[in-house]
Design a protein around this ligand. Structure first.
Ligand SMILES: [Zn+2]
Length: 497
C-alpha cells in the first residue's frame, strides 16, 4: 500500500491527461472485473503515465466550479472527513470523497478520476505523509490540519520532520485562495500556522485561517499525560506549560519563555457531556463566542470525536453549510469504519470494534471505555505489525492501559505480536493466567464472544485492534454475514438545495 516517497510534487513529462485517462479507466474496469474494487490501481496507472495528472484533474474540476478540501491528521481524519461529507451532502452539495484507506496519492488520483465531471466539492482524506506530495498539485480551497501525534514512526521518521514537511506544504499554497482550518490546541500545528500567517502577511496577503479547539475544563485532565508527544516550544525550544489537556498534547498550552500560546479558537466546543459509549452532547460556538451556536448530540463516543466534529464543523462553515445541515448531519452520523462500531452477533450480544494505532489513540479508547463504566470483562487485543499497522509495535509500552487491565481482569490476546502485547499486559499488572493468547484471529473473536456470553450480563465484547487486524476481522464478520461490508458506508446524497 505505501508508495515510494519522492519529496516534491512530480513535474516529470508524461502523457497528456486526455491520453492517460482512458488507459487508467481501463485499468479500473480490469480490476473491477477481477473482483477487486477500484482502490488505488487506476490512480497509480494514471500517475505512472501522466505524473502531472493530479494538478490537471484539480484544474479541470475547478473550471466547473468544484472545490477541493484536504483533511489531514494522524488521528481521526476518517471520521472528520466522513462528518464533513455528510454535512455538505445535507446542504445539498454533490460530494466526491475517497473511500476508506484510499488516502495516499494514488487513491486520491483514483477518486478524482472516477468522479469525472461530477461533484461540487471533493472532500479528500489525506494521509499525513502524503499531504506534502499532493497539496501543491491540488491547491485546495480548504485545508484542515487536525492534529499531529506520534504514529508509525518507522514509516515517517520523527514527528518534527513531518511537521517541517507540513510547514513547507503551507508555504506552497496560495494564501489568496486557501483557507487553513487548524487545531489551535495542538502546539505543533499552531506554530506551523503562525509561520505561515507571518510569511503571507509580509508578502502583502491577508491569509484566511480558522482556529478551532475545545474550551471545557470539566472534561480535561490536569497537566499533560505521560504519552503526550509535543512537550517543547517549536519557537524557542523551552518546555511547554500545560494548564490542562483534552487529548494527548492537545490542550491549554503556553510557553513560559517566549510567551507562545494558542490563538483563540473561532469555532470551539464547550458544555461537553460524555454519555458513556452512546453519545456526547456539546455546544459549538461558530463565531468565537458571539451569538451563533449549535447544541448537538453526537452519536459517537469519546472526547477525540468531539475534536473531529468541531474540525468538520469549522470546515463546513467555511464552505457555506448552514446550521440546520450541520446539526442534521451530526445527529445521524454513524461511527466510521472500526471506530466504536458495534456489530450485533447471532444469539445475542455484540462486538464493538475499536481501531488503535498509537499511544494517544489507545489512551483515549481506554479512557472512554473505563469512564463509560461498561463491563469490559470480555476484551480482546489484536496487535499486528504489518506496514499499515506500523512495523514498530513498541508504542504499546507508552500507552496507559493499566485502568483497562484492572477492570478486565483477563484479556484475549491475538495478532502477529500477541506475545509482545501479552508481556506488556503482565507488566501492566495483569495476572499471567489472565493473558488468554489465541494466535488465530478468527478463533480469538469467537473466544472473546464466548467470554462475553459467559461472564457479562448483555454479552458485549470489545475488540481493540490495529489496522490490518481490523481488516481481517471485518472480513470474518462479512463472511459470517454479521454486518454490511464497510464500503457500503458511503455518504448519503440528500437533495435539499
Ligand atoms: Zn517558546
Amino acid at each position: 500500500m505505501p508508495e515510494p516517497s519522492p519529496s516534491a510534487p512530480s513535474r516529470r513529462i508524461g502523457l497528456p491527461l486526455g491520453v492517460a485517462r482512458p488507459i487508467a479507466q481501463l485499468a479500473r474496469r480490469v480490476s473491477r472485473a477481477s473482483g477487486r474494487e477500484g482502490g488505488a490501481l487506476p490512480g497509480r496507472v494514471l500517475l505512472g503515465l501522466a505524473p502531472g495528472a493530479l494538478a490537471s484533474l484539480a484544474r479541470s474540476g475547478r473550471r466547473r466550479g468544484r472545490r477541493i478540501v484536504l483533511v489531514s491528521a494522524t488521528n481521526g481524519k476518517t471520521t472528520t472527513t466522513a462528518l464533513l461529507a455528510e454535512m455538505l451532502a445535507a446542504q445539498g452539495f454533490e460530494v466526491v470523497h475517497n473511500v476508506t484507506g484510499a488516502n495516499l496519492r494514488s487513491g486520491i488520483a483514483t477518486t478524482l478520476l472516477q468522479a469525472g465531471r461530477r461533484g461540487d466539492v471533493a472532500v479528500l482524506e489525506t494521509d499525513e505523509a502524503t499531504l506534502p506530495r499532493v497539496a501543491p498539485d491540488l491547491q485546495p480551497d480548504v485545508i484542515v490540519l487536525a492534529n499531529l501525534f506520534r504514529d508509525q514512526l518507522d514509516r515517517f521518521g520523527e514527528l518534527e520532520v513531518l511537521a517541517d514537511r507540513w510547514r513547507d506544504t503551507l508555504a506552497a499554497l496560495d494564501p489568496s485562495s486557501t483557507t487553513v482550518v487548524y487545531n489551535t490546541d495542538d502546539p505543533l500545528i499552531s506554530e506551523l500556522v503562525y509561520d505561515y500567517v507571518r510569511a503571507a502577511t509580509l508578502e502583502g496577503h491577508a491569509p484566511s485561517v480558522v482556529p478551532f479547539g475545545l474550551d471545557d475544563e470539566d472534561v480535561a485532565q490536569a497537566g499533560l499525560p505521560h504519552a503526550a508527544d509535543s512537550r517543547f516550544c517549536r519557537r524557542c525550544g523551552h518546555a511547554l506549560d500545560y494548564d490542562h489537556s483534552w487529548v494527548g498534547h492537545l490542550g491549554a498550552w503556553s510557553c513560559p519563555s517566549c510567551g507562545a500560546r494558542p490563538e483563540p479558537a473561532q469555532v470551539y466546543a464547550d458544555e461537553i457531556a460524555l454519555d458513556g459509549l452512546a453519545a456526547t452532547t456539546l455546544r459549538v460556538s461558530l463565531d468565537g463566542g458571539g451569538h451563533r451556536e449549535l447544541r448537538l448530540r453526537l452519536p459517537i463516543p469519546g472526547l477525540y470525536n468531539v475534536y473531529n466534529a468541531v474540525a468538520a464543523i469549522a470546515a463546513a462553515e467555511v464552505l457555506g453549510v448552514d446550521e440546520t445541515a450541520m446539526t442534521d448531519a451530526i445527529a445521524t452520523s454513524a461511527p466510521a469504519f472500526g471506530r466504536f462500531e458495534r456489530i450485533p452477533v447471532p444469539g445475542g450480544g455484540t462486538i464493538t470494534l475499536l481501531l488503535v494505532k498509537n499511544p494517544t489513540g489507545l489512551n483515549e479508547v481506554v479512557r472512554t471505555l473505563v469512564s463509560s463504566g461498561v463491563d469490559v470483562t470480555a476484551t480482546l487485543f489484536a496487535l499486528n505489525d504489518g506496514i499499515a499497522d506500523g512495523r514498530d509495535t513498541s508504542w504499546v509500552w507508552d500507552a496507559d492501559i493499566e485502568p483497562l487491565l484492572e477492570r478486565a481482569g483477563a484479556m484475549v490476546v491475538t495478532g502477529e505480536r500477541a506475545a509482545e502485547f501479552g508481556l506488556r499486559a503482565v507488566y501492566g499488572g495483569l495476572d499471567p493466567a489472565g493473558v488468554l493468547v489465541e494466535e488465530d484471529l478468527e478463533q480469538a473473536m469467537y473466544r472473546v464472544l464466548e467470554r462475553a456470553r459467559e461472564f457479562t450480563e448483555h454479552g458485549h465484547a470489545y475488540a481493540l485492534v490495529t489496522y490490518t487486524a481490523m481488516l481481517r476481522m471485518r472480513a470474518v464478520i462479512a463472511a459470517q454475514g454479521w454486518a454490511r461490508t464497510y464500503w457500503a458506508n458511503e455518504p448519503r446524497k440528500r437533495g435539499r438545495r
